[in-house]
Design a protein around this ligand. Sequence first.
Ligand SMILES: *[C@@H]1O[C@H](CO)[C@@H](O)[C@H](O)[C@H]1NC(C)=O
Ligand SMILES: *[C@@H]1O[C@H](CO)[C@@H](O)[C@H](O)[C@H]1NC(C)=O
Length: 187
Amino acid sequence: MLFSFKSFAFVSAVAVVLTVNAAPTEEPICAGQTIVSTTFVGQDKNVKAEVLSCPNNDFTQHVAARQTAPTPTNVCGTACNTNCFTPSGGGPNNGDCHVIADALLFESENTGPIVQINNGANNTIAMSFRSCKTFFVNQDLGPLAYCRNNWSSLVDIITGTCGAAQNAHGGNCVAADQRWFVQVQHV
Ligand SMILES: *[C@@H]1O[C@H](CO)[C@@H](O)[C@H](O)[C@H]1NC(C)=O
Ligand SMILES: *[C@@H]1O[C@H](CO)[C@@H](O)[C@H](O)[C@H]1NC(C)=O
């Protein structure tokens, strides 16, 4: 018993060392996430935009029931409530976040004012640049349409309200009716 316990401890220690030496990886946004698509957006094509599948999210099970109503609900300009994350680990650099806000405005003017966010497994769109990541999560039972300029405003509002100057490490803004939220955090 004692011998096998020691062996296990040794294997664990090796695993920890290997993890530390591995290339840095971004925190997953959700358990079991897969990246459905990756593009680079903004004037300089330097902001990574990903559609994520979160197969374990609570809303996946409702998808089948709502597939007959695919018209997105437009939630542009709807109210949300901001929550700041208390310090633990590092926060995003506000300048990096502002590059994402600018890229969202650029895409609003050049790709289109509206972005569709699916419900169910593919309910998350993430944008990241250097230290900063923002993502939109659709918590509704059907697809949502959101204005890219509203998302841009929220990135600046959240970083301004929940930044290093406030001793906060990012935050989110949760729709008053809980249908969606936008989060800003370190990658
Ligand atoms: C997620 O998106 C991918 C790519 O568009 C699609 O093949 C897949 O069926 C979607 N999954 C769900 C559950 O909507
Ligand atoms: C949200 O977008 C709409 C449509 O573009 C715009 O009229 C409104 O001012 C925006 N609000 C914010 C807070 O960005």
